[in-house]
Design a protein around this ligand. Structure first.
Ligand SMILES: NC(=O)c1ccc[n+]([C@@H]2O[C@H](COP(=O)([O-])OP(=O)(O)OC[C@H]3O[C@@H](n4cnc5c(N)ncnc54)[C@H](O)[C@@H]3O)[C@@H](O)[C@H]2O)c1
Ligand SMILES: *[C@@H]1O[C@H](CO)[C@@H](O)[C@H](O)[C@H]1NC(C)=O
Ligand SMILES: *[C@@H]1O[C@H](CO)[C@@H](O)[C@H](O)[C@H]1NC(C)=O
Ligand SMILES: *[C@@H]1O[C@H](CO)[C@@H](O)[C@H](O)[C@H]1NC(C)=O
Length: 314
Protein backbone atom coordinates (compact mmCIF):
# COMPACT_ATOMS: atom_id res chain seq x y z
CA UNK A 1 0.00 0.00 0.00
CA UNK A 2 2.71 2.46 0.98
CA UNK A 3 4.51 2.32 -2.36
CA UNK A 4 1.28 2.90 -4.28
CA UNK A 5 0.36 5.69 -1.89
CA UNK A 6 3.61 7.52 -2.47
CA UNK A 7 3.19 7.36 -6.22
CA UNK A 8 -0.17 9.10 -5.74
CA UNK A 9 1.23 11.83 -3.52
CA UNK A 10 1.38 14.36 -6.30
CA UNK A 11 -2.34 13.89 -6.81
CA UNK A 12 -3.46 13.89 -3.25
CA UNK A 13 -1.46 16.56 -1.48
CA UNK A 14 -1.73 20.25 -2.01
CA UNK A 15 0.53 21.38 0.83
CA UNK A 16 4.24 20.82 1.34
CA UNK A 17 4.79 17.68 3.42
CA UNK A 18 7.44 15.93 5.45
CA UNK A 19 7.08 12.14 5.50
CA UNK A 20 8.00 10.25 8.67
CA UNK A 21 8.20 6.57 7.81
CA UNK A 22 8.00 4.05 10.65
CA UNK A 23 8.74 0.37 10.18
CA UNK A 24 10.05 -2.44 12.36
CA UNK A 25 13.84 -2.73 12.69
CA UNK A 26 14.37 -5.73 10.34
CA UNK A 27 12.62 -3.76 7.59
CA UNK A 28 14.89 -0.69 7.78
CA UNK A 29 17.05 -1.78 4.79
CA UNK A 30 13.86 -2.18 2.73
CA UNK A 31 12.69 1.23 3.89
CA UNK A 32 15.95 2.69 2.54
CA UNK A 33 14.88 1.46 -0.90
CA UNK A 34 11.50 3.16 -0.49
CA UNK A 35 13.27 6.40 0.43
CA UNK A 36 15.41 6.14 -2.73
CA UNK A 37 12.31 5.68 -4.87
CA UNK A 38 10.60 8.59 -3.20
CA UNK A 39 13.58 10.81 -3.93
CA UNK A 40 13.55 9.58 -7.52
CA UNK A 41 9.93 10.69 -7.94
CA UNK A 42 11.08 14.33 -7.55
CA UNK A 43 7.74 15.13 -6.00
CA UNK A 44 7.09 18.87 -6.00
CA UNK A 45 5.64 19.08 -2.49
CA UNK A 46 7.82 16.58 -0.66
CA UNK A 47 10.20 18.56 1.56
CA UNK A 48 11.81 15.82 3.68
CA UNK A 49 11.74 12.07 4.35
CA UNK A 50 12.63 10.56 7.71
CA UNK A 51 12.84 6.73 7.87
CA UNK A 52 12.90 5.35 11.41
CA UNK A 53 12.13 2.40 13.68
CA UNK A 54 11.50 4.66 16.70
CA UNK A 55 7.99 5.73 17.62
CA UNK A 56 9.24 8.88 19.38
CA UNK A 57 10.76 10.03 16.09
CA UNK A 58 7.90 8.92 13.85
CA UNK A 59 5.07 10.46 15.89
CA UNK A 60 6.74 13.76 16.84
CA UNK A 61 4.49 16.78 16.11
CA UNK A 62 2.40 14.89 13.56
CA UNK A 63 -0.50 16.53 11.73
CA UNK A 64 -1.57 13.29 10.04
CA UNK A 65 -0.91 9.66 10.98
CA UNK A 66 -1.72 6.84 8.56
CA UNK A 67 -1.35 3.55 10.43
CA UNK A 68 -0.88 0.83 7.84
CA UNK A 69 1.41 -1.65 9.59
CA UNK A 70 -0.41 -4.41 11.44
CA UNK A 71 0.30 -8.07 12.18
CA UNK A 72 -0.65 -10.21 9.18
CA UNK A 73 -2.36 -13.56 9.68
CA UNK A 74 0.22 -16.34 9.55
CA UNK A 75 -0.34 -20.01 8.76
CA UNK A 76 -1.96 -21.72 11.74
CA UNK A 77 -2.27 -18.57 13.86
CA UNK A 78 -5.33 -18.46 16.13
CA UNK A 79 -7.72 -15.53 15.68
CA UNK A 80 -7.25 -14.56 19.31
CA UNK A 81 -3.45 -14.54 19.11
CA UNK A 82 -3.61 -12.39 15.99
CA UNK A 83 -5.92 -9.93 17.71
CA UNK A 84 -3.66 -9.82 20.74
CA UNK A 85 -0.61 -9.04 18.59
CA UNK A 86 -2.52 -6.19 16.96
CA UNK A 87 -3.76 -4.82 20.27
CA UNK A 88 -0.11 -4.60 21.35
CA UNK A 89 0.91 -2.72 18.18
CA UNK A 90 -1.94 -0.20 18.28
CA UNK A 91 -1.77 0.27 22.04
CA UNK A 92 1.87 1.26 21.63
CA UNK A 93 1.22 3.54 18.63
CA UNK A 94 -1.78 5.15 20.38
CA UNK A 95 0.35 5.88 23.45
CA UNK A 96 3.06 7.36 21.22
CA UNK A 97 0.50 9.59 19.46
CA UNK A 98 -0.75 10.71 22.86
CA UNK A 99 2.74 11.59 23.96
CA UNK A 100 4.37 13.04 20.84
CA UNK A 101 1.81 14.10 18.20
CA UNK A 102 -0.13 17.37 17.96
CA UNK A 103 -3.47 17.21 19.79
CA UNK A 104 -5.16 18.09 16.50
CA UNK A 105 -3.60 15.10 14.67
CA UNK A 106 -5.88 13.23 12.27
CA UNK A 107 -5.33 9.49 12.66
CA UNK A 108 -6.40 7.07 9.94
CA UNK A 109 -6.12 3.36 10.71
CA UNK A 110 -5.80 1.08 7.68
CA UNK A 111 -4.15 -2.06 9.07
CA UNK A 112 -6.64 -4.84 9.76
CA UNK A 113 -8.76 -5.45 11.73
CA UNK A 114 -9.03 -1.72 10.99
CA UNK A 115 -12.11 -0.86 13.07
CA UNK A 116 -10.91 -2.55 16.24
CA UNK A 117 -7.30 -1.41 15.78
CA UNK A 118 -8.63 2.14 15.48
CA UNK A 119 -10.64 1.78 18.68
CA UNK A 120 -7.59 0.51 20.56
CA UNK A 121 -5.49 3.39 19.20
CA UNK A 122 -8.08 5.98 20.29
CA UNK A 123 -8.42 4.42 23.75
CA UNK A 124 -4.63 4.48 24.12
CA UNK A 125 -4.45 8.20 23.26
CA UNK A 126 -6.89 9.76 25.75
CA UNK A 127 -5.61 13.34 25.29
CA UNK A 128 -6.58 13.41 21.60
CA UNK A 129 -10.30 13.85 20.80
CA UNK A 130 -11.98 10.60 19.72
CA UNK A 131 -13.39 12.37 16.64
CA UNK A 132 -9.87 12.65 15.29
CA UNK A 133 -9.58 8.87 14.81
CA UNK A 134 -11.05 7.11 11.82
CA UNK A 135 -10.62 3.84 9.99
CA UNK A 136 -10.63 3.27 6.26
CA UNK A 137 -13.87 2.11 4.65
CA UNK A 138 -13.45 4.46 1.71
CA UNK A 139 -12.13 1.60 -0.39
CA UNK A 140 -15.42 -0.26 0.17
CA UNK A 141 -17.28 2.97 -0.60
CA UNK A 142 -15.38 3.41 -3.87
CA UNK A 143 -15.99 -0.23 -4.77
CA UNK A 144 -19.74 0.16 -4.25
CA UNK A 145 -19.80 3.37 -6.25
CA UNK A 146 -17.97 1.79 -9.17
CA UNK A 147 -20.13 -1.34 -9.22
CA UNK A 148 -23.24 0.82 -9.65
CA UNK A 149 -21.51 3.04 -12.24
CA UNK A 150 -20.38 0.06 -14.33
CA UNK A 151 -23.88 -1.41 -14.18
CA UNK A 152 -25.41 1.89 -15.37
CA UNK A 153 -22.70 2.64 -17.94
CA UNK A 154 -21.78 6.01 -16.41
CA UNK A 155 -18.50 7.33 -14.95
CA UNK A 156 -18.12 6.73 -11.20
CA UNK A 157 -18.38 10.49 -10.56
CA UNK A 158 -22.06 10.33 -11.61
CA UNK A 159 -22.86 7.98 -8.71
CA UNK A 160 -23.13 9.66 -5.30
CA UNK A 161 -24.12 8.89 -1.74
CA UNK A 162 -23.55 5.17 -1.47
CA UNK A 163 -23.04 4.19 2.18
CA UNK A 164 -20.87 1.60 3.87
CA UNK A 165 -22.16 0.65 7.32
CA UNK A 166 -20.18 -1.23 9.96
CA UNK A 167 -17.02 -3.29 9.90
CA UNK A 168 -14.51 -3.34 7.06
CA UNK A 169 -15.21 -7.03 6.47
CA UNK A 170 -17.58 -9.34 4.63
CA UNK A 171 -20.39 -8.36 7.05
CA UNK A 172 -20.19 -4.69 6.04
CA UNK A 173 -23.40 -3.38 4.55
CA UNK A 174 -23.10 -1.46 1.27
CA UNK A 175 -26.38 0.50 1.18
CA UNK A 176 -27.73 2.15 -1.98
CA UNK A 177 -31.12 3.28 -0.66
CA UNK A 178 -29.95 6.92 -0.64
CA UNK A 179 -27.65 6.68 -3.65
CA UNK A 180 -28.26 8.78 -6.74
CA UNK A 181 -27.20 8.19 -10.32
CA UNK A 182 -26.91 11.00 -12.84
CA UNK A 183 -27.96 9.45 -16.12
CA UNK A 184 -28.87 11.14 -19.41
CA UNK A 185 -29.01 14.52 -17.73
CA UNK A 186 -31.28 13.69 -14.80
CA UNK A 187 -30.64 12.51 -11.30
CA UNK A 188 -32.29 9.16 -10.56
CA UNK A 189 -32.60 7.11 -7.40
CA UNK A 190 -30.20 4.18 -7.67
CA UNK A 191 -33.01 1.59 -7.73
CA UNK A 192 -34.65 3.45 -10.66
CA UNK A 193 -31.38 3.78 -12.54
CA UNK A 194 -30.33 0.14 -12.13
CA UNK A 195 -33.85 -1.32 -12.58
CA UNK A 196 -32.82 -4.64 -11.04
CA UNK A 197 -33.72 -4.83 -7.34
CA UNK A 198 -32.66 -8.47 -7.10
CA UNK A 199 -29.14 -7.55 -8.20
CA UNK A 200 -28.92 -4.58 -5.83
CA UNK A 201 -30.09 -6.67 -2.87
CA UNK A 202 -28.03 -9.72 -3.79
CA UNK A 203 -24.98 -9.91 -6.03
CA UNK A 204 -24.14 -6.22 -5.71
CA UNK A 205 -23.83 -6.50 -1.92
CA UNK A 206 -21.92 -9.77 -2.11
CA UNK A 207 -19.50 -8.40 -4.72
CA UNK A 208 -18.60 -5.40 -2.58
CA UNK A 209 -18.35 -7.51 0.58
CA UNK A 210 -16.11 -10.10 -1.08
CA UNK A 211 -14.07 -7.75 -3.25
CA UNK A 212 -10.95 -7.83 -1.08
CA UNK A 213 -10.85 -11.63 -1.25
CA UNK A 214 -11.49 -11.59 -5.02
CA UNK A 215 -8.52 -9.25 -5.57
CA UNK A 216 -6.27 -11.48 -3.46
CA UNK A 217 -7.39 -14.56 -5.39
CA UNK A 218 -6.63 -12.93 -8.74
CA UNK A 219 -3.49 -10.99 -7.88
CA UNK A 220 -2.09 -13.30 -5.19
CA UNK A 221 -1.56 -10.03 -3.32
CA UNK A 222 -4.00 -7.84 -1.45
CA UNK A 223 -5.43 -4.57 -2.79
CA UNK A 224 -2.69 -1.96 -2.89
CA UNK A 225 -3.30 0.64 -5.59
CA UNK A 226 -7.00 0.97 -4.78
CA UNK A 227 -6.31 1.06 -1.03
CA UNK A 228 -3.75 3.82 -1.56
CA UNK A 229 -6.21 5.80 -3.68
CA UNK A 230 -8.86 5.39 -0.97
CA UNK A 231 -6.43 6.67 1.68
CA UNK A 232 -5.82 9.77 -0.47
CA UNK A 233 -9.57 10.31 -0.95
CA UNK A 234 -10.25 9.87 2.77
CA UNK A 235 -7.54 12.24 3.98
CA UNK A 236 -8.27 14.82 1.29
CA UNK A 237 -11.93 14.93 2.33
CA UNK A 238 -10.94 15.43 5.96
CA UNK A 239 -8.68 18.30 4.93
CA UNK A 240 -10.83 20.11 2.37
CA UNK A 241 -14.32 18.77 3.09
CA UNK A 242 -16.86 16.74 1.12
CA UNK A 243 -18.61 18.30 -1.92
CA UNK A 244 -21.91 20.10 -1.21
CA UNK A 245 -24.79 17.63 -0.91
CA UNK A 246 -22.54 14.57 -1.02
CA UNK A 247 -21.49 12.21 1.68
CA UNK A 248 -18.77 9.66 2.11
CA UNK A 249 -18.19 6.69 4.42
CA UNK A 250 -15.68 6.31 7.20
CA UNK A 251 -15.24 4.28 10.34
CA UNK A 252 -15.71 6.66 13.28
CA UNK A 253 -16.37 6.51 16.99
CA UNK A 254 -19.98 5.71 17.76
CA UNK A 255 -21.42 7.50 20.79
CA UNK A 256 -24.64 5.48 20.59
CA UNK A 257 -26.65 8.48 19.37
CA UNK A 258 -26.89 7.73 15.67
CA UNK A 259 -28.88 5.04 13.86
CA UNK A 260 -29.12 2.93 17.04
CA UNK A 261 -25.53 1.76 16.61
CA UNK A 262 -24.11 0.74 20.01
CA UNK A 263 -21.68 3.11 21.66
CA UNK A 264 -17.94 2.60 21.96
CA UNK A 265 -17.41 1.02 18.55
CA UNK A 266 -15.56 2.28 15.50
CA UNK A 267 -18.34 1.80 12.95
CA UNK A 268 -18.59 3.03 9.38
CA UNK A 269 -21.25 5.74 8.90
CA UNK A 270 -22.25 8.19 6.16
CA UNK A 271 -20.57 11.51 6.97
CA UNK A 272 -20.24 15.02 5.63
CA UNK A 273 -17.06 16.94 6.38
CA UNK A 274 -16.55 20.69 6.73
CA UNK A 275 -13.81 22.69 8.49
CA UNK A 276 -11.95 19.45 9.24
CA UNK A 277 -14.92 18.20 11.27
CA UNK A 278 -17.21 15.36 10.27
CA UNK A 279 -20.88 15.07 11.01
CA UNK A 280 -22.92 11.90 10.62
CA UNK A 281 -25.62 12.43 7.98
CA UNK A 282 -28.84 12.47 9.97
CA UNK A 283 -32.40 11.42 9.27
CA UNK A 284 -31.86 8.81 6.54
CA UNK A 285 -34.73 6.33 6.41
CA UNK A 286 -33.65 2.80 7.35
CA UNK A 287 -35.90 -0.09 6.29
CA UNK A 288 -36.00 -3.56 7.87
CA UNK A 289 -33.65 -4.99 5.24
CA UNK A 290 -31.02 -2.38 6.08
CA UNK A 291 -31.60 -2.58 9.84
CA UNK A 292 -30.85 -6.28 10.09
CA UNK A 293 -27.64 -5.89 8.08
CA UNK A 294 -26.52 -2.90 10.17
CA UNK A 295 -27.15 -4.85 13.37
CA UNK A 296 -25.26 -7.94 12.19
CA UNK A 297 -22.09 -6.01 11.47
CA UNK A 298 -22.40 -4.16 14.82
CA UNK A 299 -22.73 -7.47 16.69
CA UNK A 300 -19.51 -8.71 15.08
CA UNK A 301 -17.67 -5.56 16.13
CA UNK A 302 -18.91 -5.72 19.73
CA UNK A 303 -17.59 -9.23 20.13
CA UNK A 304 -14.21 -8.26 18.71
CA UNK A 305 -14.05 -5.11 20.86
CA UNK A 306 -14.69 -7.02 24.07
CA UNK A 307 -11.91 -9.50 23.33
CA UNK A 308 -9.50 -6.72 22.32
CA UNK A 309 -10.26 -4.50 25.32
CA UNK A 310 -9.62 -7.45 27.63
CA UNK A 311 -6.12 -7.72 26.10
CA UNK A 312 -5.60 -3.99 26.63
CA UNK A 313 -5.68 -4.47 30.38
CA UNK A 314 -2.92 -7.09 30.47
N1 LIG B 1 -9.02 -0.82 5.49
C1 LIG B 1 -8.80 -1.14 4.22
O1 LIG B 1 -9.59 -0.80 3.33
C2 LIG B 1 -7.59 -1.94 3.82
C3 LIG B 1 -7.33 -2.15 2.46
C4 LIG B 1 -6.19 -2.88 2.09
C5 LIG B 1 -5.35 -3.39 3.06
N2 LIG B 1 -5.63 -3.19 4.37
C6 LIG B 1 -4.74 -3.68 5.43
O2 LIG B 1 -3.62 -2.80 5.48
C7 LIG B 1 -2.50 -3.51 6.06
C8 LIG B 1 -1.25 -3.28 5.23
O3 LIG B 1 -1.38 -3.86 3.95
P1 LIG B 1 -0.12 -3.90 2.95
O4 LIG B 1 -0.58 -4.60 1.73
O5 LIG B 1 0.49 -2.54 2.82
O6 LIG B 1 0.87 -4.83 3.78
P2 LIG B 1 2.46 -4.93 3.71
O7 LIG B 1 2.79 -6.16 4.46
O8 LIG B 1 2.93 -4.75 2.32
O9 LIG B 1 3.00 -3.66 4.51
C9 LIG B 1 2.87 -3.54 5.90
C10 LIG B 1 4.11 -2.84 6.44
O10 LIG B 1 3.90 -2.57 7.83
C11 LIG B 1 5.08 -2.88 8.52
N3 LIG B 1 4.80 -3.15 9.95
C12 LIG B 1 4.40 -4.29 10.53
N4 LIG B 1 4.29 -4.14 11.86
C13 LIG B 1 4.63 -2.86 12.13
C14 LIG B 1 4.74 -2.11 13.33
N5 LIG B 1 4.47 -2.65 14.52
N6 LIG B 1 5.13 -0.82 13.24
C15 LIG B 1 5.42 -0.28 12.04
N7 LIG B 1 5.34 -0.94 10.89
C16 LIG B 1 4.96 -2.22 10.92
C17 LIG B 1 5.61 -4.10 7.78
O11 LIG B 1 6.97 -4.33 8.09
C18 LIG B 1 5.37 -3.69 6.33
O12 LIG B 1 6.43 -2.91 5.82
C19 LIG B 1 -2.96 -4.95 6.17
O13 LIG B 1 -3.40 -5.16 7.50
C20 LIG B 1 -4.13 -5.03 5.22
O14 LIG B 1 -5.02 -6.06 5.59
C21 LIG B 1 -6.74 -2.47 4.76
C1 LIG C 1 -13.88 -7.00 11.09
O1 LIG C 1 -13.19 -6.74 9.87
C2 LIG C 1 -11.81 -7.05 9.88
C3 LIG C 1 -11.19 -6.61 8.58
O2 LIG C 1 -11.69 -7.33 7.49
C4 LIG C 1 -11.60 -8.52 10.14
O3 LIG C 1 -10.21 -8.81 10.21
C5 LIG C 1 -12.27 -8.87 11.45
O4 LIG C 1 -12.14 -10.25 11.67
C6 LIG C 1 -13.74 -8.47 11.43
N1 LIG C 1 -14.30 -8.71 12.75
C7 LIG C 1 -14.96 -9.83 13.07
C8 LIG C 1 -15.35 -9.95 14.50
O5 LIG C 1 -15.24 -10.69 12.26
C1 LIG D 1 -25.42 15.35 -14.54
O1 LIG D 1 -24.93 15.14 -15.86
C2 LIG D 1 -25.04 16.28 -16.69
C3 LIG D 1 -24.53 15.89 -18.07
O2 LIG D 1 -24.96 14.63 -18.44
C4 LIG D 1 -24.25 17.42 -16.11
O3 LIG D 1 -24.43 18.59 -16.87
C5 LIG D 1 -24.69 17.68 -14.67
O4 LIG D 1 -23.85 18.64 -14.07
C6 LIG D 1 -24.61 16.41 -13.86
N1 LIG D 1 -25.10 16.62 -12.51
C7 LIG D 1 -24.42 16.28 -11.41
C8 LIG D 1 -25.13 16.49 -10.13
O5 LIG D 1 -23.31 15.78 -11.47
C1 LIG E 1 -10.05 17.05 15.99
O1 LIG E 1 -9.92 17.71 17.21
C2 LIG E 1 -9.93 19.10 17.11
C3 LIG E 1 -9.66 19.66 18.50
O2 LIG E 1 -8.36 19.30 18.87
C4 LIG E 1 -11.26 19.58 16.55
O3 LIG E 1 -11.25 20.99 16.42
C5 LIG E 1 -11.49 18.92 15.20
O4 LIG E 1 -12.75 19.24 14.71
C6 LIG E 1 -11.35 17.41 15.30
N1 LIG E 1 -11.34 16.80 13.97
C7 LIG E 1 -12.29 16.02 13.48
C8 LIG E 1 -12.03 15.40 12.16
O5 LIG E 1 -13.31 15.81 14.06
Amino acid sequence: ICSSFFSLLKRCTWLPIILLLLDITPMLPVLEGVVMELQDCSLPLLRDIVPTDKEEVAFKDLDVAILVGSMPRKEGMERKDLLKANVNIFKSQGAALDKYAKKTVKVLVVGNPANTNCLITAKSAPSIPKENFSCLTRLDHNRARSQVAIRCGVPATQVTNVIIWGNHSSTQYPDVHHCKVNMSGSELACFDAVKDDAWLKGDFIATVQQRGAAVIKARKLSSAMSAAKAICDHMRDIWVGTPEGEFTSMGIYSTGNAYAVPEDLIYSFPVQIKDKTWKIVEGLAINDFSRSKMDATAAELMEERDTAVAFLGV
